[in-house]
Design a protein around this ligand. Structure first.
Ligand SMILES: *Cc1c(COP(=O)(O)O)cnc(C)c1O
Length: 421
């Protein structure tokens, strides 16, 4: 084995402070296995992407089959069966009215595509609107455009001059939802292009949750003013919030929707941006200047599409909804005792997701609590990556009650340690 320092530069990692990354060589179900034979329980679905469990045999087989048949083909002027099948199934599975599917390869690019679709729509329909409304604490990716629409902070301070301005609405905190709706109403009178939201759960912003009724109200205000609604379901999509898509719980059909992480069950990078026919129609013209000018080299890569197709078949043919309901009930049973526990300042759950805010200390991401907690869990063979003082559990849907017992025993032990400090 080569013992010279690795040239790899890791994401969101301060190499001067971070421990040696663990070498992972295998995965199955909710577990990762390291080169030294250690086992790690993947309580955050490997950064929110794995849905059914690692190395689902059906997805693995689909990838292998496609890799031997058609690995890649240019997607301009060409198409292939896997992409066609994925697109048709997505149109059938997503809220009715989302009729066109644009492929890309990450959540960030799916959101970039959504922003460009919105700007294109307004340009080609003659109003030239470009202003974007977004929620405070939102996260939509790490490219320049998605950093622009996301929350500002230490993560993007160095790139501030590159970022465009957006109108930020207060997060609809329980009891203060009206302030958000009033701000949205006022902002809509300025003829913005679109409102971009993470429906029901703001992930990277701290697993902040709001009620479906608020999402429905926001959608209604947008509709009243003719402002496009963009739903970033990159994290919430594919079951995390208890329903296939979060928008379903509010009975909301967005004008544009972004899906990525769970689209392939988490096995390969692939993303889609779906839109209503009006948005496609605004670009449909004999005038080439109205073309939707976006592509990436691997748009709708056949192997990734085969993985996505296998995932959608799993949703159709396996009892995924039942697994999610079971996991949600187990999660509730585990967090319920913490709801009036002084060691926690807040406890939230939506669907398969839970989040617990540890009381005391500094809530900032760079504060010591986050890294200290991460180390505590790492030493116990658990993959949990707190957001500041918020520990969240986002397990794959195969996770069992016994596995959750391990996770919550460690969280309780960590809370004891924090309370004693
Ligand atoms: C993760 C995430 C993104 C970015 O997705 P990538 O695939 O990491 O580019 C965008 N929006 C939300 C809500 C996310 O959670």
């Amino acid at each position: 084995m080569n013992t010279s320092p690795s040239p790899v530069w890791h994401p969101f990692t301060q190499h001067a402070l971070a421990p040696e990354p663990r070498m992972v060589v295998r995965a199955a179900g909710a577990w990762l296995e390291t080169a030294t034979g250690g086992r790690i329980l993947d309580a955050i679905s490997s950064w929110w992407v794995i849905t059914h469990g690692h190395c689902h045999p059906r997805i693995a087989a689909a990838i292998a089959g496609q890799a031997g048949q058609l690995d890649q083909v240019i997607f301009a002027g060409h198409t292939h069966p896997a992409a066609e099948a994925v697109a048709r199934r997505l149109v059938a599975m997503t809220p009715p009215g989302l009729d066109h599917v644009f492929f890309s390869d990450s959540g960030s690019t799916a959101v970039e595509v959504a922003l460009k679709m919105a700007a294109g729509y307004w340009r080609h329909t003659g109003e030239g609107r470009t202003r974007i409304l977004a929620l405070e604490h939102g996260y939509h990716g790490d490219t320049i455009g998605t950093m622009s629409v996301g929350a500002r902070g230490v993560y993007n301070a160095a790139y501030e001059p590159f970022l465009f301005e957006v109108t930020r609405l207060p997060f609809p905190q329980a009891g203060r939802e009206q302030a958000t709706l009033d701000a949205l109403e006022a902002a809509c009178r300025q003829a913005p292009a679109a409102l971009l939201v993470e429906p029901l759960v703001l992930g990277a912003g701290g697993m902040l949750m709001y009620a479906p009724a608020v999402l429905a109200e926001m959608a209604a205000i947008c509709a009243r003013h003719g402002v496009l609604l963009i739903a970033d379901e990159v994290m919430t999509g594919f079951g995390r919030t208890g329903t296939l898509f979060a928008c379903e719980q509010a009975g909301v059909v967005p004008d544009i929707a972004c899906y990525a992480k769970g689209l392939t069950g988490g096995a390969l990078p692939l993303a889609v941006t779906l839109c209503r026919r009006e948005i496609f129609a605004a670009h449909y013209s004999c005038d080439r200047a109205r073309t939707f000018f976006h592509s990436s080299s691997f748009t709708a890569n056949p192997i990734a599409c085969a993985a996505a197709l296998a995932n959608l078949e799993i949703w159709d043919e396996e009892p995924v909804a039942g697994r999610i309901a079971g996991l949600a009930a187990l999660q509730e049973a585990h967090v319920a005792p913490f709801r009036d526990d002084p060691r926690f300042a807040g406890v939230r759950r939506m669907g398969t997701l839970t989040a617990l805010d540890f009381a005391a200390g500094d809530a900032g991401y760079l504060a010591q609590m986050g890294p200290a907690l991460a180390a505590f869990f790492r030493d116990r063979g658990l993959l949990l990556r707190p957001l500041g003082n918020t520990v969240y559990v986002m397990p794959p849907y195969c996770t069992t009650g016994d596995e959750l017992d391990l996770i919550y025993a460690a969280i309780a032990a960590a809370a004891d340690q924090v309370a004693r400090a």
